[in-house]
Design a protein around this ligand. Sequence first.
Ligand code: ARG
Length: 435
Amino acid sequence: MTKPSAVPTYGELLSMATRGRHSGPRSRLPTGALAGLLPEAPPLPNPYPAPSQGDGIYGRADPDQAEEFLRLYYSENPDAGQLEPRLSQVKAMIASVGTYRHTPGELAFGARVAWRNSSRCIGRLYWNSLRVLDRRTARTPELIYHHLVTHLRETTNGGRIRPTISIFAPAAPHQPYTRIWNDQLIRYAGYRRSTGQVIGDPRYVEFTKAVQQLGWLSKGSAFDILPLAIEVPGEQPRLFDLPEDAILEVPLHHPDHRWFIELGLRWHAVPAISNMRLEIGGIHYPFAPFNGWYLGTEIGARNLADADRYNLLPVIAHKLGLDTSSDATLWRDRALVELNVAVLYSFNSAGVKIADHHTESRRFLTHIEREERAGRIVPADWSWIVPPISGGITPVFHRYYDEADLRPNFYLDDDAARIATHGNLAACPHGHGHG
Ligand code: ARG
């Protein structure tokens, strides 16, 4: 794989960054990575598609990227020893077999720095404490599923969520690889009724149909956990339901409104993104699910509020007795705040870790200070960092950020994004696409 010419190297980026935050036209600086532990921003066209073919096949490891990564690893880990012997070993490996194997130390560092470089993530203060589960040798769907269940149990930790990544086998050069269809390990199904009304999460209506075609039996409620669809190349995808004890959910109630609990709302505690490709030193890990904890607004101001998701603002406004006859009464805004109060209050009273946007914004500025003291820039995408409510009363609103696509990083490939909402039946060996 060749480096796309429009993407500056790490060194070029560093020198751009030290020349001042906004030297050069913004649009030339890639924000590239769709990354990290992030609140969802409005859908925008991806201006920097991942530097891969997007057809699910990757070529040989890029030796320049391997070198760039190893230099970074040895410079930040003085105890790791000498760069040169490892560098020549890796270059020889790439020259002969087209790839190389990360040591456990390189793997853990690479994953942590991929988080650190995730410009859409406000929660990066704890990047260096990411728990890394090395699952590179797991091949069968059963074993992969077993490891995913372990991941969820360990990260959930009774509500004291520990940021965790499980790293499965890298893509071998020019070979198809095992993937999971789901974009998160825990998500809710969506069902469209003949009336057009949707029960559950409208985002997953097509995905739900696809797993139903593969034999999944649904309960048809508004919060049915979707099965995992694990696809080994050349085989039918295999479906696995998660065991109840691997899923922590929080029923939502409101500190002042007793009727709120009767809405029957809930959300899952762990946002484990499972369809982003982790790229470290020219090696592609297409299946490396990771999670931190939620920022309340992701649930209260997006998942439950967006008109194309659970769309709850009209219901809540009605219950609050607000005047919905005109936009100018700000009924949506008032309902939105109460919904967000309920999310934070419910998680906190259930002892499940969650962040509010004021605290998390302050932490992010602390992160920037710490990183700058360590001599590093913090690439950040303003439109994702600023929370979807009350932007101007959080400190992250009132400044600009460095924009850079630093590696290692997490990338969302086009095919992975499509499969996450539609499944991949067309690619099934036994003609399911026509079923
Ligand atoms: N916004 C996504 C969701 O609602 C989760 C993205 C990751 N967020 C996080 N806090 N780690 O489910």
